[in-house]
Design a protein around this ligand. Structure first.
Ligand code: NDP
Length: 402
């Protein structure tokens, strides 16, 4: 039983809070904190109405300000912080955890505000300090990164002696009815998908122009969808932790119209992250754009269809070639009916709550900074199916990925 603080009252925060409330035998008390107190209060009111047993309170905090975080953590004395604010806040929250003896978990790796370039090295650099303090920091415990990394660990543990080829395949087969919107924080999402493509092959990283490589991939219960090779954060840690990998790639589906909008946004300068002067004020075009785009949370009500995210792996077992596909499909409508959030927030929030459960119950333990594929995948995946994200596996069938 442990007290936790959740930071970030967006789409993912809404799901994490409810999932923790459902697991009241593990999470004895929840404090939901964000920059805007009203967003926390709205979620807390809804959660209290649904889950009578829950002990929940709210707080206002600017997580860019380490002192505010330290004051909050000292006042509330949580066991663990679940960070579902934005990647920009990862380092300040980790610093505050070290100062106040609090464990840490997040779903997205650090990215500096002034440069659209994420990577693990900033957070891995905290390893010795967390170790020395006897604390645990778990990085990237959403769906991708998160479940995709744990799926890979599960494959390595149960089905392979050597992993050779890994393709993470991410399809959103849903429709929210808007001309253009992003499924999670618009600023982070647009920065991510406009980056150059990147994949790992034969011991080195290869770069491509944005969306240069595409192929049709067949997704279960959805069908064939054009999928683009993009850079994605879990590739960086997976190739380190599974050194037999000869190639690791990440594929994501985008509709033609979505990509046209993105190109226009970029061509007219609205994806810019350098400050510009507007009517006497300094503004960042991409931040302005994310204010005028639909709030990702608001998409949930009319979202229909499914997501399908999984790992297609080939390698060796007992000296013989083997293929393996492990995946989850999540229905947007079902996610909305349970939590008021769509499938993208749901597939991120459920793993974050379960990762926190693994830490609290000691199923995942250690001191230092960890990527999720380094833990035992079994207890997590057992819980995942019981908590709304059922997964499936297919052995030794054609993966269509060469
Ligand atoms: P939202 O934009 O909906 O929510 C982000 C929340 O963080 C908002 O409530 C915002 O507060 C809060 N926040 C932002 N800055 C601060 C700050 N300085 N101090 C305190 N709170 C702050 O995003 P999502 O919920 O969609 O995504 C949350 C996180 O999940 C992101 O980091 C995203 O990258 C990650 N993610 C991970 C995925 C995975 O599979 N691993 C998939 C999808 C998302 P306010 O509203 O008050 O401004």
């Amino acid at each position: 039983m442990a007290k936790i603080i959740i930071i970030g009252a967006g789409g993912v925060g809404r799901v994490v809070t409810q999932k923790c409330a459902q697991l009241s035998s593990v999470f004895s008390e929840i404090i939901l904190a964000s920059r805007t107190l009203k967003k926390c209060d709205d979620i807390a009111i809804m959660v209290k109405a649904k889950y009578e047993k829950v002990k929940i309170s709210t707080a206002q905090v600017d997580a860019d300000d380490e002192n505010q975080l330290v004051n909050l953590f000292e006042k509330k004395r949580p066991f663990l912080v679940i960070n579902v604010a934005l990647p920009y806040q990862d380092l300040t929250i980790m610093e505050a955890c070290l100062k106040t003896d609090v464990h840490y978990l997040d779903t997205a790796n650090y990215e500096p505000l002034e440069e659209a370039k994420y990577g693990y090295h900033w957070q891995w650099a905290f390893k010795e300090r967390f170790k020395k303090a006897g604390l645990m920091a778990v990085l990237g415990c959403g769906f991708d990164p998160g479940v995709t990394s744990i799926f890979t660990a599960y494959a390595a543990k149960h089905h392979f002696d050597e992993l050779h080829y890994l393709d993470i395949v991410d399809c959103n087969g849903g429709d929210h009815g808007n001309a253009f919107a992003t499924n999670f924080n618009s600023e982070i999402n647009i920065r991510e998908v406009m980056q150059k493509g990147k994949f790992y092959e034969k011991g080195s990283w290869k770069e491509t122009a944005p969306h240069e490589i595409s192929r049709i991939i067949n997704y279960p219960n959805i069908g064939p969808k054009k999928s683009y090779l993009i850079n994605h954060e879990e590739l960086e840690s997976l190739v380190k932790n599974f050194p037999t990998l000869r190639r690791a790639r990440f594929w994501m589906t985008f509709g033609d119209e979505y990509l046209t909008y993105l190109r226009v946004i970029q061509n007219i300068g609205m994806a810019g992250i350098e400050p510009i002067s507007f009517q006497g004020n300094q503004i960042i075009p991409l931040q302005f754009l994310s204010v005028v785009l639909p709030d990702p949370v608001s998409l949930a009500e009319n979202y229909e269809g499914e997501t399908s995210i999984g790992c297609r792996i080939s390698g060796l077992k007992n000296g013989c070639p083997r293929t393996y596909y492990i995946y989850n499909n999540c229905d947007h409508r079902a996610a909305y009916l349970e939590t008021g959030a769509h499938g993208i927030s749901y597939t991120t929030g459920v793993p974050a709550a379960l990762g926190a459960k693994m830490m609290i119950t000691g199923k995942w333990s250690g001191t230092g900074v960890f990527n999720v594929e380094t833990f035992d995948p079994d207890p997590f995946l057992e819980d995942l199916s019981k908590n709304g994200l059922i997964w499936h596996e297919i052995l030794d069938q054609n993966l269509e990925m060469d």
